[in-house]
Design a protein around this ligand. Structure first.
Ligand SMILES: [Zn+2]
Length: 198
């Protein structure tokens, strides 16, 4: 079957989306094409706009259409506390709890010797710079409860030894191996509230 055309390209690209394999990608492509005016056209426009306008915040690494992002530029947010997370989805998870009023710092992953991801690939230098600011008094480590997440937490703690900040981590309640994005909001609120100084 000769099918190297726009449809084939669409299927191939959709299949790269996490959670979609080739089969789901074919179904999605067919759905999009069958609903061209209602879904495909507005979706392609929304994607174009996202591609043009969404950027990383220079301070925390969050994604937004403005830089600094809406959290870093919000004067009501507590600038004395920085919560360190692996990715934007973790920030979203914590924001959904509406119980954290500080700022964030996105690492862009965790240290992973097996995947060859070292400290230089993570957004750690900027964190140390931010934590050196005299206004900052606490850094909350909210990396996931995996071996790599914990290793990353210890590494960051070492990097922050010369900063006069207290370092805390999310309380137990986050199950071992747990990623924030999969936690229910009640668990996250409790983990934030009962965070302990390391
Ligand atoms: Zn920001």
């Amino acid at each position: 079957m000769q099918q190297v055309n726009e449809i084939d390209t669409l299927i191939k690209l959709l299949a790269k989306i996490p959670g979609l394999g080739p089969r789901s990608a074919r179904r999605a492509a067919l759905y999009l094409i069958s609903n061209s005016d209602q879904i495909l056209q507005p979706l392609s426009q929304a994607m174009q706009m996202a591609w043009q306008n969404v950027k990383n915040c220079q301070f925390c690494g969050n994604l937004d259409v403005q830089d600094p992002c809406y959290i870093c530029s919000d004067p009501r947010r507590d600038e004395t506390i920085i919560c360190v997370v692996e990715g934007v989805s973790d920030l979203w998870a914590l924001e959904r709890t509406a119980s954290y009023q500080g700022r964030y710092h996105i690492l862009g992953g965790v240290l992973s010797p097996l995947d060859g991801r070292g400290p230089e690939e993570l957004n750690i230098d900027v964190l140390v710079k931010r934590a050196s600011d005299s206004k900052v008094t606490e850094v909350v480590l909210a990396t996931s409860a995996t071996v790599d997440g914990k290793t990353t937490g210890h590494y960051i703690t070492d990097c922050l030894t010369n900063c006069s900040v207290s370092i805390s981590e999310l309380a137990q309640g986050i199950p071992l191996g747990g990623e924030l994005d999969f936690m229910d909001e009640g668990t996250l609120i409790a983990a934030l509230k009962d965070r302990r100084v390391t």
